[in-house]
Design a binder for this molecule. Sequence first.
Ligand SMILES: Cc1cc2nc3c(=O)[nH]c(=O)nc-3n(C[C@H](O)[C@H](O)[C@H](O)COP(=O)(O)O)c2cc1C
Length: 216
Amino acid sequence: MDLFKAIEERKSTRAYLERSLEREVIERLLHLATRSPSAINLQPWEFIVVSGEERKRLSRMLVKLLRERKATCGPSVKEPLPLYFKRRQKDLLESIAPLLPEGAVFQEFINEGSCNFYGAPTAIILTIDHAFSSRHFTDIGITMGWFMLAAHAMGLGTCPIGIIYPFQNEIKENLNIPDRKEIVASMAVGYPDPEASVNRARSGRVPVSDIVKWRG
Ligand SMILES: Cc1cc2nc3c(=O)[nH]c(=O)nc-3n(C[C@H](O)[C@H](O)[C@H](O)COP(=O)(O)O)c2cc1C
């Protein structure tokens, strides 16, 4: 698939078929994703691939923690956001809400859905060694982006999942991840459910003129 087409078409998938992913497919995706650049080529990323029953077990724990701690998907901020950011959040809600399954409540669908990796057969957890400062999170973001584009080009869907971040310690224990690794992000990956209306949602973007300052 043409790269420009993949960039234009990719979007977050929030409903998956049960069909599991072949190991070779995941290996190919990891190969492509890790062709991405990183500072000093340190390749600080590590991927934990959680599939099948293990993924379901992880999700059961995450949903339980989410309910106990009343956690919710929202921006991680140090101070209140200016209004124009809040507008973007509202726009996203409006692009997804009308396409939810009947009777679903938006926040619950997103919160519990995220913890369930939206039913994807595989969850990818990305970690970084705690020796690295947060500047190296950029490297992790780039490799995630490449993974998602490559997955799209192969006919797969993905959804980045950040809601799990506060449950670091429990996830590490659950998946036997060494203490010195920090969980940076995660993703759902699988075959998109073509019948699910939510997969028709397409988020907007502000015009480039809103986010650019030209100098010179
Ligand atoms: C770091 C990061 C964390 C995210 N976490 C979640 C999440 O926990 N649950 C979810 O449904 N979507 C999550 N998303 C997906 C965003 O909502 C989505 O990328 C955004 O609305 C743009 O839509 P698009 O991916 O369809 O283009 C996350 C995206 C990023 C980049």
